[in-house]
Design a binder for this molecule. Structure first.
Ligand SMILES: [Zn+2]
Length: 448
């Protein structure tokens, strides 16, 4: 009996021992394999590459300001204190082991931020990630608004908001030789920014200036904040077949715009927003609101297709086109109801020869140039009200000579008198050798 007990206890010990070995082998269920910091103007993103299913807790401590992330059953295989923190509110990152198995990460913070954490699923470049966003606290300025004179208002700039796709943790499409869409499109966007800013009467605003990610809705919000006359999102395509090639331009699809109108109304997200800066939907009933929104979206869509075809034509002179016409799809960034918006696919980064070209500064400049030519052509044809371009065209129309067709009984002096110009002005403008005019002859009337 006792020997049996001994055997049993021996067995139990053995089982416990194996269990212990097993437990210690899996004791770190989560590991941090890599980490990155992406400082952006309004937030800083700390990304920890972790194994799947990591549990974490986030809290803040004051005096001094710290943000603490506790990971249960975790250890870091990378030295977090080595990360470059330049441009971020993080002064220092420290780690410590707690309860022999948990990992505590402490961020020493230099200014007040609001932390938020979430996990990201694997993408083509990275695995599972735990993301910590530190949002800068908004400072509400009480600066009085500058009231512009009527003359200044008349001559406002055309605002082009340039949106370089992807960024930060989202590399976009990857091409041969590790060409990344996010890098190529930012370079093209910056070239385009220069061209726009160099043109009198135009002003460029960027949704992102560096390598960080901005949400899609945030990009359209920025367009509204900057009072965009045009929103251009810049991308590079990828396809599983390397043969696919060519640039293309997209506008929002009709279905995308219709469902967007429904979404806006349903969510009343627009309660604080102005549609087109004029129509507030707050004080209108829903039917009227939907009609107004529909009109606004139809107008924007028409303008988007117009500017899109100018850009496509212009790109067709320097690059191969994927499709002959402007395509339409339900891209989220194109869904501003009141801002003409296009998305330019500058080429297929998955195509080896296009990827090679897209990488070069020369081609990036050419591409930006082609896009701007199309944009400029569109706006000279239809300058938005109140802009310098509209003002200049109005003045040009005023100063350009009117035309007059000679009727029966007209005399040169009579025509001069009727148009409040002198006879000699009329002679000079039309290079007349004689004062005899013929019926049907067309005279240019100089501006008086
Ligand atoms: Zn893209």
């Amino acid at each position: 009996m006792s020997s049996y007990k001994n055997i049993l206890s021996l067995k139990l010990q053995w089982v416990l021992g194996v269990l212990c070995i097993f437990l210690s082998a899996v004791s770190y269920s989560a590991t941090i394999t890599n980490a990155r910091v992406w400082p952006a103007p309004d937030h800083t993103r700390l990304v920890l590459e972790v194994s799947a299913g990591v549990e974490h807790k986030l809290f803040t401590l004051n005096n001094p300001s710290r943000i603490v992330v506790d990971l249960s059953n975790a250890k870091s295989l990378t030295d977090l204190s080595d990360l470059s923190l330049k441009g971020s509110p993080i002064k220092r990152i420290r780690t410590a082991v707690r309860n022999n198995k948990d990992l505590r990460i402490v961020l020493d913070i230099s200014r007040s931020v609001t932390p938020k954490s979430f996990t990201l699923k694997p993408n083509q470049q990275y695995g599972n990630r735990l993301v910590l966003d530190l949002h800068e606290k908004k400072t509400t300025s009480n600066k009085p608004k500058v009231v512009k004179s009527v003359d200044q208002q008349k001559k406002r700039d055309i605002v082009v908001v340039i949106d370089a796709g992807h960024g930060g943790e989202d590399p976009g499409a990857l091409g041969p030789g590790r060409v990344r869409e996010k890098t190529v499109v930012l370079a093209i966007a910056k070239e385009l920014q220069k061209l726009v800013n160099n043109k009198p009467g135009f002003k460029a605003k960027m949704t992102r200036n560096g390598d960080y990610y901005i949400g899609l809705r945030q990009r359209t919000k920025l367009a509204r904040k900057y009072n965009a006359d045009l929103f251009i999102s810049i991308h590079a395509d990828a396809f599983h077949k390397p043969q696919a090639n060519g640039a293309s331009v997209y506008a929002l699809s009709k279905r995308g715009s219709t469902s967007e109108a429904a979404r806006w109304l349903a969510k009343k997200e627009n309660s604080a927003d102005l549609i087109g800066g004029i129509i507030s939907l707050d004080d209108k009933d829903d039917v009227l609101a939907s009609v107004l929104l529909d009109l606004s979206m139809t107008g924007s869509l028409k303008a988007s297709l117009g500017v899109g075809s100018h850009v496509l034509q212009s790109m067709g002179r320097m690059a191969r086109l994927h499709k002959k016409g402007v395509e339409q799809a339900g891209f989220v960034v194109l869904k501003s109801p009141d801002i003409p918006s296009i998305l330019v696919e500058t080429g297929f980064i998955s195509n080896p020869s296009e990827a090679k070209r897209l990488k070069t500064r020369k081609y990036q400049k050419q591409m930006a140039n082609a896009i701007f030519k199309g944009v400029y052509k569109h706006f000279t044809a239809t300058p938005p009200q109140g802009t310098l371009l509209a003002y200049q065209q109005y003045n040009r129309a005023l100063s350009s000579p009117k035309k007059y067709k000679i009727q029966r009984g007209d005399t040169l002096s009579g025509i001069a008198k009727n148009h409040q110009v002198t006879l000699s002005q009329l002679r000079r403008e039309n290079r007349l050798q004689t004062d005899i005019v013929k019926i049907g002859q067309v005279l240019r009337i100089p501006a008086s």
